[in-house]
Write a protein that binds this ligand. Structure first.
Ligand code: TRP
Length: 334
């Protein structure tokens, strides 16, 4: 708890570019949380180097992601959006927690197994201890709630186990975090394989609409969206492509599903796809304009980065000092 508010913490990788799936499924809902909760959104650049990165690219993408969050509507004075590498407590707590995590637990992590298979030339120790750093991220802020996708549930479960183990030895040090399930987060699917979730790292760029795609690109991708051959605009599990497009159109325009079905009753797929494309162009327009403005205002963004790193460090160090004392590190001489 901070000032009587529950704490929300989430981390995001600066790999790939955010899609309308990230926006409609998560980001847009986070904006509503800023008054009720104390929110921390961390750009996890330290996690990124577990796979090889181009340094200039990584720096650029990290800044772009942070700017995009603000452009999407997260108020950076209420939401602490910051870089993980600017707050050294992450690395320090990660080391300590690593001494309370078993090799066997880490070996069971499915993301480790997947990534080790995919990057067999670089199975480094950081890839293995990745979940420990993630646990440190969350526990440093005594987070009550963590918005995570399915692929991260196992890591959150491990975080809870580590926190519980530490607490059972040293008393109540850490808040045990719970997953935060959004009330009505949309699940946007790939435009090319509509039974698969839209991903920011899909190899096929036509499968995803990126938040910074220009209008022509957006329209072109929707025109190419995979559908079926029956040419009726009906919301049904048997028509995953059309179902996804109806959903995207509905959320982008604020209309209900049935209303959309009625609106496009008797309309062909070509015209419908065009309408969805235009709705998404309109949805993205203000966000992109704001992004372009923010990008130019270097001093403003730099100020946010500095102030938020200080704010995050303050809370993180509070927890870190407590933990250091518990495990028996000598007191600092002032
Ligand atoms: N591992 C998460 C992912 O790949 C990112 C992440 C790092 C995270 N630290 C976190 C998510 C803490 C939630 C909380 O998506």
């Amino acid at each position: 708890m901070i000032d009587g508010k529950k704490v929300i913490f989430s981390g995001m990788q600066a790999t790939g570019t955010l899609t309308i799936g990230n926006y409609l499924g998560a980001l847009k809902n986070w904006i509503k949380l800023e008054n009720e909760y104390e929110c921390f959104y961390c750009v996890v650049d330290m996690h990124s180097i577990t796979v090889r990165q181009d340094p200039a690219e990584l720096r650029k993408r990290a800044r772009s992601l942070l700017t995009l969050y603000i452009a999407a509507g997260l108020n950076p004075e209420k939401n602490c959006i910051y870089y993980q590498s600017h707050v050294s407590a992450h690395a320090e707590l990660s080391w300590i927690l690593g001494c309370y995590t078993y090799m066997g637990e880490l070996s069971r992590m499915t993301q480790f197994k997947d990534k080790a298979a995919k990057h067999s030339e670089n199975i480094n120790a950081g890839l293995f201890t990745y979940p420990v750093l993630m646990a440190a991220d969350i526990l440093l802020f005594q987070a009550d709630l963590v918005p995570v996708g399915n692929d991260q549930k196992q890591h959150l479960e491990l975080t809870r186990d580590i926190a519980g183990r530490f607490n059972s030895i040293y008393g109540d040090v850490f808040t045990i975090p719970e997953p935060y399930i959004a009330k009505q987060g949309a699940r946007i699917m790939s435009l090319q394989e509509p039974t698969k979730k839209m991903s920011k790292t899909d190899e096929n760029p036509n499968a995803s609409i990126y938040l910074l795609d220009d209008p022509d690109t957006v329209i072109r991708k929707f025109k190419r969206a995979v559908t079926d051959s029956d040419n009726r605009i009906i919301y049904s599990d048997e028509k995953p492509g059309i179902k996804n497009l109806i959903e995207i159109y509905a959320i982008s325009t604020g209309k209900g599903i049935e209303e959309v079905e009625k609106e496009f009753d008797g309309v062909g797929y070509g015209d419908f796809k065009m309408a969805v494309g235009e709705a998404v162009v309109n949805l993205l327009k203000p966000l992109q304009e704001r992004y372009r403005e923010l990008e130019k205002d270097k001093a403003y963004i730099d100020g946010i980065i500095k102030a938020n790193a200080e704010k995050a460090s303050y809370y993180a160090n509070k927890t870190l000092r407590k933990v250091q004392k518990k495990v028996g590190f000598p007191e600092r001489i002032r």
